[in-house]
Design a protein around this ligand. Sequence first.
Ligand code: SD4
Length: 290
Amino acid sequence: KTVVPVVVATWNFKNATKAAWEVLEKGGNSLDAIEAGCRVEEADLKNTTVGNGGTPDRDGNVTLDACIMNKEGNYGAVVCMENIAHPISVARKVMEDTPHVLLAGKGAEQFAVSQGFKRENLLNENTIKAWEKWKEKSEYKPIINIENHDTIGMLAIDKNGDISGGCTTSGLAYKMAGRVGDSAVIGSGLFIDNTVGGATATGMGEEVLKTVGSFLIVELMRQGRTPQEACEEGVRRIVTSNPNFKNFQVGYVALNKKGEYGCYCIHGGFGISKYQEGEQTYVESDSHIK
Ligand code: SD4
């Protein structure tokens, strides 16, 4: 049985999935739903892992990564972009209005400004205070399940059965200047194939990048795995290749074209938000470490 429209997202991002659902419910397309949903978290100053109010790198600069994919398999992304609060919307502009798919740093920021995005300071009192405190020891140690929300990766299928996805983040807290994670890299933090489904990731981006996690999961679904089985295999690839896996988190969520979803992670505490058949639910993910 196919149950669309549907939207799923990493973590308990209730407001974001609700915003996406409202677009889908009105008959809107999945790309608009993804952009609307991701923008909610980018604007939320209480969310210190995405967009405005995101945690800076170790030099105190907030650098954002985001990408979007549509049903045609088109992709747009920005990485290491500063001073622009809505990287998901800039990513969409890159996809729709440039001959390129990925813009980085200053070039991404200049492009955003040329498209009418406002330059703003993405730091605030709280993130500055936390950074000052971090500097006392300057120890780079990504926290597992930080605040129980994190990077938002979102997958949506509209009433026509077409899937789109997006992923947006400020990256790992106190990363090195110039560090880019998985979130905006096609096939790693996100992959969409409108004949199969989609997958997206959260957690230690380096591990997702090394295993091209989201592409792997979509390809496994193409070969007949359920979204759940495919997410489990994605995590298995990481834990079998890196004995250090107890020290970091990775979480995946996948959605196939029937609207069936799956999720899996290394450490418990990860979960996904879902809106389907007019109902919002939070689904706790099963984990490799029990
Ligand atoms: C990154 N995957 O930049 C992102 C950050 C994240 O949990 O999701 N942290 O590596």
